[in-house]
Design a protein around this ligand. Structure first.
Ligand SMILES: *[C@@H]1O[C@H](CO)[C@@H](O)[C@H](O)[C@H]1NC(C)=O
Ligand SMILES: *[C@@H]1O[C@H](CO)[C@@H](O)[C@H](O)[C@H]1NC(C)=O
Ligand SMILES: *[C@@H]1O[C@H](CO)[C@@H](O)[C@H](O)[C@H]1NC(C)=O
Ligand SMILES: *[C@@H]1O[C@H](CO)[C@@H](O)[C@H](O)[C@H]1NC(C)=O
Ligand SMILES: *[C@@H]1O[C@H](CO)[C@@H](O)[C@H](O)[C@H]1NC(C)=O
Ligand SMILES: *[C@@H]1O[C@H](CO)[C@@H](O)[C@H](O)[C@H]1NC(C)=O
Ligand SMILES: *[C@@H]1O[C@H](CO)[C@@H](O)[C@H](O)[C@H]1NC(C)=O
Ligand SMILES: *[C@@H]1O[C@H](CO)[C@@H](O)[C@H](O)[C@H]1NC(C)=O
Ligand SMILES: *[C@@H]1O[C@H](CO)[C@@H](O)[C@H](O)[C@H]1NC(C)=O
Ligand SMILES: *[C@@H]1O[C@H](CO)[C@@H](O)[C@H](O)[C@H]1NC(C)=O
Ligand SMILES: *[C@@H]1O[C@H](CO)[C@@H](O)[C@H](O)[C@H]1NC(C)=O
Length: 486
């Protein structure tokens, strides 16, 4: 009898343990965004290795690049692919093009054991700066893609989602209880929400405490960074302790106004950049990301959704990308948890045994060579040449408050020359600048200001170029592939 009771107790304890594990494993639904808008992207296979080393099991792609999808096969990583905004118009008008998109960009990879969980219709099609270029096609495109999925018998496993930008909803008074969607997209949002409800898909939303802080003088840095010392924002009897929950509840009110108070939410993009603006620093990004993960793990929820957490959150982003559009700001190229070459900027605990990020392994760089200005000759034209270099290369680290702002002249000219030289694969003729350029093997980096040496061109880059430089590059590519095999 006693032993019977003992085994009952053991069973109960086991059940409790399993419940706790299941419960807490839901908390692990943290993923990252990964884009490849870089001059020399880290090769997809290295990125997949990097994700695995860091126990990151969810990935949202900003496109549906074939090499990337192939490298994710059998990786046990759940993937969201994104349809580019430029395709939405044709996907809205033609079911046929939706079917070929699903066939070419999905069916093939799913049968190769890539776990595609969501298809995102557009990359922030509701961004205010896009006006009405893209959002009118969103619902039609979603309906056609869903129909194509049903036909391909994939609709059970793959959900269609529509990412909503941080500026799609607002509250003029700053109070979440007065939240609403922007009036120009209000009607479309109702159709979006009806579609998502019908297909049982979650609402994808990008939230940006950094941009809230950057654009809104009423949000303090401490409030954006989850600091306990931040002054709370009060909304009648509710108290908001950080910018994330303020934005989140503004969204909840906007959804409630339209009659969808309980729809599941995925935070599809949230992060803090480390360069390109004052307060876009590694130490602030470190504080922000730790605050975000603690907030998520605490499971307290927000005043309007107590104890109900977003289904998943995706940290923006995995790696820096030196060719992202910088209309919104120079920080756009510096959102990475890792630098462009896969080196951790700060430490994040994703459940690795060491609780530290692991860097990308055996990364291949060009030679340790830099291009700098030769200050032994007449430099009256140096600034003009630097501006020219910056028009093509990445000079975002030279902007006020950024990591290389303190270089001053002519150090900043050297920075510009080097960026151009590296982006052009260290070709000797890309370090000319009217005779002002000079190649050196002495690293000119100072303090936090890093003069990069680029990555050896990845497969994706070679393929992109091979369209223009055939057949020599193709030949080189084959040799390179063969060498890589052995
Ligand atoms: C989307 O496609 C539908 C069906 O072809 C069409 O009626 C509608 O006008 C299209 N929407 C836009 C904004 O062009
Ligand atoms: C697959 O996706 C890529 C990029 O997202 C696109 O360029 C291509 O046209 C798509 N294929 C089809 C058949 O739509
Ligand atoms: C600004 O924030 C404070 C709380 O820090 C709040 O009392 C005030 O209403 C806010 N004003 C606006 C215009 O958002
Ligand atoms: C949006 O639509 C809803 C429902 O039709 C309406 O109640 C609300 O006033 C509209 N909001 C805006 C900002 O246009
Ligand atoms: C907000 O309310 C808290 C108590 O809930 C109070 O301590 C705090 O001073 C209030 N803040 C503002 C800005 O009114
Ligand atoms: C950045 O933060 C500091 C405080 O750490 C503040 O004094 C400064 O004004 C901020 N810069 C901008 C542009 O907001
Ligand atoms: C960058 O984005 C802006 C606004 O979205 C757009 O007008 C511009 O053409 C883009 N620039 C490039 C180089 O794509
Ligand atoms: C440098 O060149 C400019 C013309 O480009 C000339 O005006 C200037 O005197 C030169 N300076 C020196 C120190 O030779
Ligand atoms: C500066 O540029 C101008 C115009 O390209 C050129 O004529 C001049 O010789 C240059 N000066 C020096 C010192 O290189
Ligand atoms: C730049 O120099 C100023 C003044 O010496 C210093 O306060 C600041 O921290 C420096 N910035 C960087 C990014 O090193
Ligand atoms: C370099 O710094 C000087 C002054 O310190 C400035 O006039 C120039 O525009 C800067 N150049 C670049 C490329 O940032």
């Amino acid at each position: 009898m006693a032993s019977h009771q003992n085994s009952l107790t053991t069973l109960t304890l086991t059940l409790i343990a399993i419940t706790i594990i299941l419960y807490t494993s839901r908390v692990e639904s943290i993923g990252v965004n990964w884009g490849t808008t870089a001059s020399h992207p880290l090769p997809p296979s290295k990125v997949v290795e990097l994700l695995k080393l860091n126990k990151i099991t969810k990935l949202k792609l900003s496109d549906s690049n074939p090499q990337v999808l192939e490298s994710l096969s059998a990786s046990n990583i759940d993937v969201t692919v994104t349809i580019p905004n430029s395709m939405l118009r044709s996907l809205n008008t033609s079911l046929k093009s939706a079917q070929s998109w699903v066939h070419d960009n999905l069916t093939r990879y799913i049968s190769a054991h890539t776990r595609i969980e969501y298809i995102a219709i557009g990359d922030e099609p509701f961004l205010q700066s896009y006006g009405s270029q893209f959002y009118p096609f969103v619902v039609g495109a979603a309906i056609n893609i869903e129909a194509a999925l049903i036909r391909a018998k994939l609709a059970k496993n793959v959900k269609v989602v529509i990412p909503c930008s941080f500026d799609a909803f607002l509250s003029e008074s700053g109070q979440p209880s007065k939240g609403h969607f922007r009036s120009d997209i209000n009607k479309t949002m109702i159709q979006v929400l009806n579609f998502l409800t019908k297909t049982k898909s979650p609402f994808f939303v990008n939230i940006s405490p950094f941009l809230s802080y950057y654009q809104n003088k009423n949000i303090s840095l401490d409030f954006a960074l989850f600091k306990e010392t931040a002054r709370p924002h009060n909304d009648t009897h509710r108290s908001y302790k950080n910018s994330l929950e303020l934005s989140y509840d503004t969204l909840i009110t906007a959804l409630t106004v339209l009659g969808f108070p309980n729809i599941d939410i995925v935070i599809s993009q949230i992060g803090w950049p480390t360069d390109g603006a004052p307060n876009a620093t590694v130490s602030n990004a470190d504080i922000f990301t730790k605050g975000l993960l603690d907030y998520f793990h605490n499971r307290k929820g927000t005043p309007l959704r107590p104890r109900v957490m977003p289904l998943e959150i995706y940290i923006h982003t995995l790696l820096d990308e030196d060719q992202r559009n910088i209309t919104a700001g120079n920080f756009e190229r510096h959102w990475g948890l890792f630098t462009f070459d896969g080196q951790a900027k700060y430490q994040v605990d994703f459940g690795q045994s060491t609780k530290r990020l692991v860097n990308a392994q055996s990364v291949e760089y060009f030679a340790s060579r830099w291009c700098v200005v030769n200050n032994n000759i007449n430099m009256s034209n140096a600034t003009a040449h630097a501006m020219e270099a910056c028009a093509n290369a990445d000079c975002t680290a030279l902007s006020p408050g950024s990591s290389c702002f303190n270089l001053s002249w002519p150090g900043n000219v050297s920075y510009a020359f080097n960026s151009y030289y590296q982006q052009h694969d260290q070709r000797a003729d890309s370090c000319d600048f009217g005779g002002l350029g000079m190649i050196t093997t002495v690293d000119p980096s100072v303090g936090n200001c890093r003069f990069n040496v680029e990555l050896k061109a990845s497969l994706a880059v070679l393929l992109r170029r091979s369209k223009f430089d055939c057949p020599l590059i193709l030949l080189l590519l084959m040799v390179w592939l063969l060498l890589d095999r052995f």
